[in-house]
Design a protein around this ligand. Structure first.
Ligand code: MN
Length: 352
């Protein structure tokens, strides 16, 4: 990379994020005091959550700070490479607190890609009274106020962008395996740089990471050409359930327990399904209802082309997210969940 492109990137950053610089410095100061950091992220971690966590662990190591990862769900096999490639230790808390994990061995908790307890099930009771700093690095609009230091940049397309800026300010090179982890993070949350959250900084950062040798062809295959056939079978059934309402402005799809049983697919296989109806010109909002196999609450995902703020919509049901991508959960029977959410969305869209 030429020094010119680096300076251009830095100048852009200081203009757009200048006022955030204190939050970066505060997080750096907190982390610098630690000898051992526990990094965690939201339940059902995606590429941003895992890429950012891995990049942060490697960044801390470069500062001679030990770091391990706590995952609240099993590590998805699709993303396991980013941990195994880099010998990153992770503890799996999906089935309860890991037996071998003693919080007293850590000096700080660093939470990436969420700032709310609801996305960290099972964690609160263990860390709430723990007297070490709890730090948040996140890009979601929906936040709570329990962290000792918070670095929240809602303009960032991915938590990975914020991690990259943190490393720039901490004089950590974005090279080698750190570049791959950050690329995984930003490529995931932008749908390979297609979604509206992709901004000039995102692409400049991606360019820097590619200059550092990220194998984008391998990454693309790992992310988008690496699924089981069961996933396609589930998508077929979900698309058959598609209903278009309000003259085609609202798309609703349903995935029922039976769909999982009959296809052999799992809940993570619903990922990305919600974007498919958006290819229809008239569709402004896509809504996906998923009935999980374990009788847990009905999960409703929302995507918008911009006319409707789906994060605000989701908040009335206790959910949240971004203006164009949000989610909520309802612990009521499937048909009731469907009627409540579709009615509320219909009213919202008829008055907006
Ligand atoms: Mn994210």
């Amino acid at each position: 990379m030429t020094s010119n492109s680096w300076q251009f990137t830095r100048r852009f950053v200081s203009v757009s994020w200048g006022s955030m610089s204190d939050a970066y410095q505060q997080l750096i100061a907190e982390l610098s005091r630690a000898r051992r950091v526990l990094v965690t992220t939201h339940v059902r971690p995606d590429g941003d959550a895992l890429g950012t966590s891995a990049a942060l662990v490697m960044a801390l190591r470069r500062k001679k700070i030990e770091a391990e990862v706590l995952l609240l769900s099993h590590l998805p096999s699709k993303y396991a490479f980013i941990f195994s490639d880099n010998q990153i230790t992770h503890h799996d808390a999906e089935k309860g607190w890991p037996a071998g994990l003693d919080l007293n061995g850590f000096d700080a908790l660093l939470v990436a890609d969420t700032g709310t307890w609801s996305q960290l099930p099972g964690l609160r009771e263990h860390v709430e009274k723990w007297n070490k700093p709890k730090l948040v690095l996140d890009h979601h609009l929906t936040q709570e106020d329990w962290a000792d230091a918070k670095l929240v940049v809602t303009e960032a397309a991915a938590a990975g962008e914020i991690a990259a800026e943190l490393m720039d300010q901490w004089n950590i090179e974005l090279d080698g395996p750190i570049a791959a982890a950050l690329f995984l993070a930003i490529a995931s949350d932008t749908g390979w740089f297609q979604f509206s959250n992709t901004r000039p900084y995102t692409l400049r950062l991606a360019a820097r990471l590619i200059e550092h040798g990220v194998d984008t062809d391998r990454m693309y295959q790992l992310l988008y050409q690496n699924e089981r056939a069961e996933r396609l079978a589930l998508q077929t059934r979900a698309l058959q359930s598609l209903e278009l309402m309000l003259d085609g402005r609202l798309a609703v799809m349903r995935v029922r327990k039976g769909d999982f049983d009959q296809t052999g697919a799992n809940v993570p296989d619903t990922e990305n399904l919600i974007n498919m109806p958006l290819q229809v010109r008239t569709v402004e909002v896509s809504l996906l209802m998923v009935e999980p196999r374990d009788d847990g609450p009905i999960r409703i995902s929302l995507r918008s082309k911009g006319q409707v703020d789906v994060a605000r919509f989701a908040e009335q049901f206790g959910g949240g997210g971004h203006a164009r991508a949000a989610g909520l959960k309802l612990g009521v029977p499937f048909d009731e969940a469907h009627d409540r959410v579709v009615l509320a969305m219909t009213q919202e869209m008829l008055t907006s």
